[in-house]
Design a protein around this ligand. Structure first.
Ligand code: GDP
Length: 472
């Protein structure tokens, strides 16, 4: 309705245009940014977005180069179950206390920082696994600078190893391989490196650029070297942030403590968070009453890349929610109300992610350059055959990118990756497992399943030519 008034065209025409895009709307419904642009374009208008996402509005101010300081890399540990992610995080947590730092890491606050002998710091996210990593990304928060992919040397590259690799790659996060359990007599790190090479992932020993380190998380072997490699990778990334501004960052976890109230762990990405700051995180807000680090110390300030647990919010925000600091309590409250409203409307929001039926239109409009596909199948042969055929359908206008492929049912983690990377999921002789279907419905992810290879290829071809009739 509002859009129609702004463009001075009948509401029915706007609704009609939406329907031709395959989106059923009512006049009171709010359209997402992408649909708005397409609809406006149909009527010869261009949309300029004024953000209600306050984070964007407040960070518009460019940082002065001289204010930028080096910040610690933020690292996530991923890999197949039982390959040693938790053991690695535990070992680093237990051993890495430099002299002079008061006490060891005693609190599980969702992230922790360590200081190496040379004084350099690394921040680890304490929730291992690519699911947590991608769930955050699906919420629009990318915290991780470097991903450690743990592979057990007495095992092999397993399905979740592949997933972790795809998830890191889709996020554009550099990887370091930690080849674990080398203390075991059956360990064969060379085999792992060979397997990685077979996946086009060349580690340094194999003449490639990807760093890898043989470790034993149990015995503590190679961990020091691994930490050094993280710092080396971080150096290449030239990570900096401006500490001289109000803090912005991301919520890592939050819970209600019976005695103390809501406790939220946040990771400061830029700026400095101080006691007394008025914080808005997701739809929760409040004044920071106290802050504690992972060693249980009470602190007054937290700068870039610091994990810190804060007391004072009026509820528990969700992991992946962004937080900002406001000068004015009233302003923060108003935005909190607006956000709650927006979230409610967004639950009835129209199509958020790409669908097969929509591809042709988007290509025709020239706004769509890359189609991300997640491909799952029952056997390796058909997955490879489909992957090859799909890639060959790439044209000058549109690049087909298989961001993840694997054998097995379509999982929640596939759906999360699709949501974070705006991808469609294609299953060959497999279906969504367990709650993956519900999650896909919620995230509005298009899942197509086939049992004949040519049907899948034809559908994609048709979709790209805009020939696929919208589903009813
Ligand atoms: P996660 O599921 O990836 O977090 O794996 P865990 O850290 O829980 O480790 C799974 C099992 O492997 C546990 O029994 C660990 O004790 C064992 N483990 C982990 N790292 C090593 C290692 O370096 N050497 C040996 N021998 N066992 C390990």
């Amino acid at each position: 309705g509002e859009v129609a008034t702004m463009m001075d065209v009948p509401i029915t025409k706007v609704i009609g245009t939406c329907m031709s895009l395959g989106i059923m709307v009512t006049m009171n419904q709010r359209l997402d940014a992408e649909t708005l642009s397409i609809v406006a374009d149909e009527f010869g208008f261009e949309v300029e977005f004024i953000t209600t996402d306050i984070e964007e509005a407040t960070t518009v101010v460019e940082d002065n180069v001289e204010d930028l300081v080096h910040r610690a890399p933020i690292v996530t540990v991923m890999g197949h179950v039982d390959h040693g992610k938790t053991s690695l995080l535990d070992y680093i947590r237990k051993t890495n206390v430099i002299a002079g730092e008061s006490g060891g890491i005693t609190q599980h606050i969702g992230a922790y920082g360590v200081t190496l002998e040379n004084g350099q710091k690394i921040t680890f996210l304490d929730t291992p696994g690519h699911e947590a990593f991608t769930a955050m990304r699906a919420r629009g928060a990318q915290l991780t600078d470097i991903a450690i992919i743990v592979v057990a040397a007495d095992d092999d590259i397993m399905p979740q190893t592949k997933e972790a690799i795809s998830h890191a790659q889709a996020a554009g996060v550099p990887m370091i391989f930690a080849i674990n359990k080398v203390d075991k007599p059956t360990a064969n790190p060379e085999k792992i490196k060979e397997r990685l090479a077979g996946m086009n992932l060349l580690v340094e020993d194999w003449g490639g650029k990807i760093q890898s380190q043989d470790i034993s998380a149990k015995m503590g072997m190679g961990i020091k070297e691994l930490l050094e490699k993280i710092l080396l990778e971080a150096e290449l990334l030239e990570l900096t942030a401006n500490p001289k501004k109000p803090a912005v960052g991301v919520v890592v976890e939050a819970f209600l403590d019976k005695g103390r109230g809501y406790i939220s762990t946040v990771l400061v990405q830029a700026g400095t968070l101080k006691i007394g700051d008025y914080v808005l995180a997701g739809k929760n807000h409040g004044k920071v009453k106290a802050m504690h680090d992972e060693r249980g110390n009470s602190v007054k300030e937290a700068g870039p890349s610091s994990p810190i647990s804060i007391l004072g919010l009026d509820g528990a925000p969700t992991a992946g929610d962004k937080f900002n600091v406001y000068e004015d309590e009233r302003e923060a409250k108003q935005i909190a109300v607006k956000r709650t409203q927006l979230m409610r409307e967004q639950s009835v929001r129209t199509q958020k992610h790409i669908t097969l039926a929509e591809i042709g239109r988007r290509i025709a409009l020239g706004q769509f350059k890359e189609l991300n596909i997640i491909l799952k199948g029952d056997v390796d042969g058909s997955v490879e055959a489909l992957s090859d055929s799909f890639s060959k359908l790439s044209t000058e206008e549109i690049q087909i990118k298989i961001i993840h492929k694997g054998v097995g049912a379509i999982t929640e983690s596939d759906v999360l990756l699709a949501s974070a990377s705006d991808a469609i999921i294609i299953g060959f002789n497999v279906r969504p497992a367990g709650s993956a279907k519900q999650l896909a419905d919620k995230e509005e992810i298009d899942i197509k399943t086939y049992s004949i290879i040519y049907d899948a290829i034809d559908d994609l071809k048709d979709a790209m030519e805009g020939m696929l009739s919208p589903e009813l």
